[in-house]
Design a protein around this ligand. Structure first.
Ligand SMILES: NC(=O)c1ccc[n+]([C@@H]2O[C@H](COP(=O)([O-])OP(=O)(O)OC[C@H]3O[C@@H](n4cnc5c(N)ncnc54)[C@H](O)[C@@H]3O)[C@@H](O)[C@H]2O)c1
Ligand SMILES: O=C(O)C(=O)C[C@@H](O)[C@H](O)[C@H](O)COP(=O)(O)O
Ligand SMILES: [Zn+2]
Length: 371
């Protein structure tokens, strides 16, 4: 396979089409998107201080007023308190409708920044600069923004599209391995749901997939963003996801159980790790429902564990997880709905599976039968 080195553009084709740039050192490309803004608020995680300082210098040189809004790391950023702090900061700075919010950081920071931009004055311009693998391949693209509540994950939010997304692959160099690997769960998700070449690329060289400087990582980012762009362009607001029809809900593969695990763990589990277990569960569910071949189901745990992702969770947790899944956004009334595969790159929704099928599938991944 020919792995590209240069900056790539992937266009997300919606009513407000925008570009996702994937490359190195993209700060120079931000100012042209700020036309008409006098003030720019950078909502960022502390870990991105250096990148933010460089960006700030560049924007100040252009005569912009730059307001930094540092937010806590990880899920601690996605709270009503931090949201209110951001609103207060914008209010004190006199932030108007022609100004711009830039979200810099992992998925937690860009989810929060996106919701701040969506809600301040009912909507100001948003730019996202993801700095984790997960942020680049998923969170910063596609316009889902939001925060968590005590009842569950991402329960409050808005669909609100960015004006541009800049994936500077250099940012990946400072990620500790435990923060890089969760992004591979969403990459592998894209492989199973839409682009099986991703599965071969990861399976052929799991070491390179975990190396932030590898050409392979760059290729995986480009391919995953393309998958997301295609799905989002077809169904931005998850509006076609009715009954067993899969629209944007496709991107939720593995998330029904995944989000329940995150909640049960009080968000100490990383999102990608929880989704990894959730995909193993969804694959086993599909297999036991007679919808998915054994070898495709087995390939989930094989690939995910090859890059160091978890494939099982607490065997005792089933009842609590089912309770948490009741508030999943795919649930209708009291009917749970799971995205399942029927083959590679072929999906449907399993509507209202029998509790016993859920229990047995969960038990099977929690305590695999001895070989
Ligand atoms: N909106 C969406 O479509 C979407 C999609 C997928 C995930 N998400 C959300 O994304 C979040 C998970 O994102 P994540 O995995 O990026 O985690 P994260 O945002 O919690 O970041 C992980 C950690 O990495 C640190 N970090 C960020 N960039 C760094 C860098 N360049 N170098 C060193 N450290 C850095 C952060 O400070 C944080 O401690 C979850 O809240 C999930 O729900 C949203
Ligand atoms: O973009 C989407 O659509 C997704 O479902 C992508 C997921 O990876 C992401 O975690 C998303 O935030 C989950 O959405 P939710 O609607 O279940 O909160
Ligand atoms: Zn996700």
């Amino acid at each position: 396979m020919n792995l590209q080195q240069s900056t790539t553009t992937i266009t997300v084709r919606t009513d407000h089409s925008y570009q996702v740039r994937v490359g190195h050192g993209l700060a120079e490309e931000v100012p042209p998107l700020l036309a008409g803004s006098q003030r720019v608020a950078i909502v960022h995680q502390q870990s991105c201080r250096d990148l933010v300082s460089a960006l700030e210098l560049r924007l100040v040189a252009d005569g912009l007023d730059v307001l930094r809004i540092p937010v806590p790391d990880a899920e601690a950023a996605k709270t009503t308190q931090v949201l209110a702090y951001c609103w207060t900061s914008l209010g004190k700075a006199g932030f108007t409708r022609s100004d711009t919010v830039i979200g810099v950081g992992g998925g937690a920071a860009t989810d929060l920044a996106g919701f701040v931009a969506a809600t301040w004055l009912r909507g100001v311009r948003l730019i996202t600069i993801p700095t984790t693998l997960l942020g680049m391949v998923d969170a910063a693209v596609g316009g889902k923004t939001g925060i968590n509540t005590a009842e569950g994950k991402n329960l409050v939010g808005a669909f609100y599209e960015p004006a541009g997304v800049f994936c500077d692959l250099d940012a990946l160099q400072t990620l500790v391995p435990e923060e890089l690997t969760p992004g591979l769960a969403e990459v592998i998700k894209c492989g199973f749901i839409a682009d099986p070449a991703i599965l071969d690329l990861v399976g052929d060289d799991p070491g390179a997939a975990q190396d932030p400087g590898s050409d392979l990582i760059a290729e995986l980012v480009r391919r995953s963003v393309q998958v997301k762009a295609d799905v989002v362009a077809a169904d931005l607001r998850e509006a076609t996801s009715v009954g067993d029809r899969v629209g944007r809900e496709l991107l939720n593969y593995g998330h029904t159980l995944g989000h329940a695990i995150e909640r049960r763990e009080h968000y100490r589990w990383r999102h990608g790790n929880a989704v990894s277990v959730g995909m193993c569960f969804a694959a086993e569910l599909a297999r036991r429902a007679g919808r998915l071949a054994d070898e495709v189901a087995a390939r989930h745990a094989e690939l995910l564990s090859a890059v160091g992702l978890p494939t099982a969770y607490d065997p005792q947790a089933f009842d609590e997880l089912v309770e948490a899944m009741a508030l999943d956004k795919k649930t209708r009334g009291s009917t749970l709905r799971f995205v399942i595969l029927t083959d590679l790159a072929r999906a449907t929704i399993l509507v209202g599976p029998e509790p016993e099928l859920l229990r047995r599938s969960y038990a099977a991944i929690s305590e695999p039968e001895p070989s």
